[in-house]
Design a protein around this ligand. Structure first.
Ligand code: ZN
Length: 214
């Protein structure tokens, strides 16, 4: 398992520190989950440049050649999750009361979808994980460089070097924070992102196959 120093930075030859102070938004609660993202770009350098000034980003970035960068302390929240789906609705397991409350938000007159989704997110955040999906305060984020296919409108599979780095990094984090496979999420499945809900999905699937084979 890799070492994490007192300030939340990983100490390992495979991880390059690229501190992007604008990504840090206050102390994390205990880490409960990891969310996998795709950059929508083809190079790490453009992301690292953007994160010099942007407030949104993730703790880790995996480049097109498999390089792993840590851009925020693991003790700091990053803004990377956004507007959550109501978890119980994705599994048809809402209590009657909760289903009513969520329906009331979604059918509220005079609000647009963005406002409704923000209200659902606030509603979800009143629940404890894992009754809801993870959010910024309890999930670490990993961005993997990769574009959305204009033809299929889904994210391409991470390449071999990226997969090897991802598997290693997730294994380390799972061990460090005592997580399980069910605590790893694809961004597109938990929050309003790409229309086909594919962001991070192929990366998560590859990780699951690797764990089942291992
Ligand atoms: Zn994302």
């Amino acid at each position: 398992m890799f070492a994490i120093d007192k300030d939340g930075w990983v100490s390992h030859t495979k991880v390059t520190k690229k501190d992007r102070p604008k990504l840090a938004h206050g102390p994390m609660a205990p880490v409960k989950a990891i969310v996998l993202h795709r950059t929508g770009t083809t190079s790490a350098s453009s992301v690292l440049n953007a994160w010099a000034t942007k407030p949104e980003g993730t703790h880790f970035l995996i480049g097109e050649d498999g390089s792993i960068y840590q851009c925020a302390s693991l003790k700091q929240q990053c803004w990377h999750v956004g507007k959550l789906y109501a978890r119980c609705r994705t599994t048809s397991s809402c209590t009657e009361e909760d289903a009513k409350a969520i329906d009331a938000i979604l059918h509220q007159k005079g609000t647009n979808w963005g406002q409704k989704f923000r209200m659902v997110t606030r509603h979800e955040l009143e629940k404890d994980y894992p009754d809801r999906f993870p959010h910024n305060h309890d999930a670490l984020g990993i961005e993997i460089v990769g574009a959305l296919s204009t033809q299929s409108e889904i994210y391409e599979l991470p390449n071999e070097a990226q997969q090897q780095s991802l598997f290693w990094l997730v294994d380390q984090l799972v061990a460090a924070f005592e997580l399980t496979l069910s605590d790893i999420y694809a961004h597109g499945k938990i929050a309003h992102k790409d229309p086909k809900q594919s962001e991070g999905a192929s990366a998560l699937k590859a990780y699951r196959i690797y764990k089942e084979a291992g």
